[in-house]
Write a protein that binds this ligand. Structure first.
Ligand code: FAD
Length: 479
């Protein structure tokens, strides 16, 4: 069994997984648990982005910042949480499950037809250690995504960080400008400002988190401003130039405003890693966005919409839902299909969480999305500040200045059936207590049950009760 990723692989396996991020790693483990011989090939760090430069360090920095730690203390804790970005733990968790591992960059190649081995053909470039050829009837593409760089004039000439660098850097910048007000931009803005960096945030849309319902982004902007972030929404970056002999920058916004900073954090989304995968050689289809086209069972599709036997894709490279929990879900969908128990994934209730304080937790349809789809819906909302837990929070939770409870719960239900279609929550720890609403959406629960369900006192989740009762009364006429 390979232990370091540099041992000689076999010539063929039952399954080869390309990329061991959240999706690829779990797919490899699940397939091995089914009794298959599995090889996981990794070009970077075993474990992918999440444990080293994405989810884990972002949450670690946020928690440290909220606890009032200094930058240096936060960096120490972040490096403990990410094991110093050393991937030996992830590698071991694969080999412990019986997965063979190989360091290198894999690509699919056309089957020259006739060497007798079943399935797909791959070549792995092992850097200084040459190449190896492999064959496997099942191949899972889990190559993930990389930060995109916006086409902003002057960007290449100024000091920039993507989230990868911002979450692995040791030095604290004095002033940053964050380009992009999505989930990653908001998390970095709050972590950095609470740790003492001056933060300006520039978002071209009229609100932060533009994909969510209108009030969510507005409420978040209120909080970030209260934290000290200079939030500029509806602000279009025109060009950027270097100042101070290239050590700082000046960003020019439409309308003549200028922002000065030491570093620009580019948080403008991510692009799927498909270049060099060889997908074209095996007849796979890419979406317009560049993502691998998959069906409900995560099978890679041909241009005619038919699945390619034994070829799957998982995680960000599919762009279906770019979260670790979605990648994990897709990995289980793939394992079930390989085991002959295939079923289509249901993405209707994938949580969309942002781990700032107060946290954001959204699931299912927003009112706007429901209306776009022609669904007649009713909505009701409630201020989180009005539950008993908020009173306790105000009395007991330090640090001062963070006692005011900002938050709201909004439920969206079908106006005829009363089925819960979506929910948006902002509030302390909403990332945890919102989970009840994800289950309600997934189970297509009648809002009546949500209004009757008994929640522990005094918890934040009690904020779900009033809007559920309002909707139940409006839709079913039940007082
Ligand atoms: C700052 C930040 C914070 C985030 N926070 C959260 C969060 O709190 N919760 C959440 O659910 N999601 C979060 N996400 C999203 C989450 O990180 C991603 O959705 C998840 O990591 C995607 O996993 P993946 O399986 O697609 O692969 P990735 O983690 O992208 O890994 C892909 C791997 O494939 C390897 N690879 C690529 N090409 C090849 C090749 N040809 N051969 C071999 N190996 C290859 C790469 O080296 C890489 O290791 C966050 C993202 C960012 C940027």
């Amino acid at each position: 069994m390979a232990e370091t990723g540099s041992e000689e692989p076999e010539a063929s396996y039952d399954a080869v997984v390309i990329g061991t991020g959240s999706g690829g790693k779990l797919a490899a483990i699940e397939l091995a648990r089914l009794g298959h011989s599995v090889l996981a090939v990794e070009a970077g760090r075993f474990g992918g982005e999440c444990p080293y430069v994405a989810c884990v360090p972002a949450k670690s920095m946020l928690l440290s910042a909220r606890a009032g730690l200094t930058w240096a203390e936060a960096v120490t804790r972040r490096d403990e949480a990410t094991a110093g970005r050393d991937d030996s733990g992830s590698l071991k968790s694969l080999t412990d499950e019986g997965v063979a591992v190989l360091r290198g960059r894999a690509r699919l190649v056309a089957d020259p037809g006739g060497d007798g081995r079943p399935g797909h053909r791959l070549v792995v470039d092992r850097g200084g250690h040459g190449t190896v050829e492999l064959a496997a009837p099942v191949v899972v593409l889990g190559s993930g995504s990389s930060p995109s760089r916006p086409p902003l004039e002057g960007l290449d000439g100024v000091p920039t960080w993507t989230s990868d660098e911002a979450l692995s850097a040791d030095e604290q910048p004095a002033r940053v400008v964050i380009l992009g007000g999505g989930a990653v931009g908001c998390e970095l803005a709050q972590a950095f400002v609470l740790l003492g960096t001056g933060v300006v945030m520039v978002e071209v849309a009229e609100r932060l988190l533009p994909a969510e319902t209108v009030w969510v982004g507005r409420l978040l902007a209120e909080q970030l401003r209260a934290d000290g972030v200079d939030v500029r929404v509806g602000a279009s970056a025109q060009r950027v130039e270097a100042t101070d002999s290239g050590r700082a920058l000046r960003l020019h916004l439409e309308g003549g405003e200028e922002v000065e900073a030491d570093r620009m954090l580019v948080c403008g989304g991510r692009s799927p890693n498909t270049s060099g995968l060889g997908l074209d050689l095996v007849g796979g289809r890419l979406e317009k966005s560049g993502a691998v086209s998959v069906d409900g069972r995560c099978r890679v599709l041909r241009p005619d919409g038919e699945p390619i036997a034994g070829l799957y894709a998982v995680g960000d490279v599919t762009e279906v839902s770019s979260y670790t929990h979605s990648a994990n879900y897709q990995a289980r969908i793939i394992a079930a299909d390989v085991a002959g128990r295939g079923y289509d994934a249901d993405y209707s209730a994938i949580p969309r969480a942002v781990y700032v304080h107060p946290a954001v937790f959204c699931v299912g349809l927003t009112e706007e999305q429901a209306v776009e789809r022609g669904i007649d819906v009713r909505t009701a909302s409630f201020a989180v500040a009005d539950v008993e837990r908020a009173t306790l929070w105000g009395h007991a939770v330090p640090p001062p200045g963070r006692r005011e409870v900002r938050g709201r719960v909004e439920l969206v239900a079908d106006a005829t059936s009363g089925v819960v279609l979506g929910a948006s929550c902002v509030g302390p720890e909403a990332d945890s207590w919102g989970a009840e609403l994800a289950l309600a959406v997934r189970a297509r629960l009648d809002v009546h049950l949500l209004s009757e369900h008994v929640r522990a006192f005094p918890t934040w989740s009690e904020a779900i009760y009033p809007p559920a009762c309002t909707l139940d009364e409006e839709i079913a006429g039940r007082p």
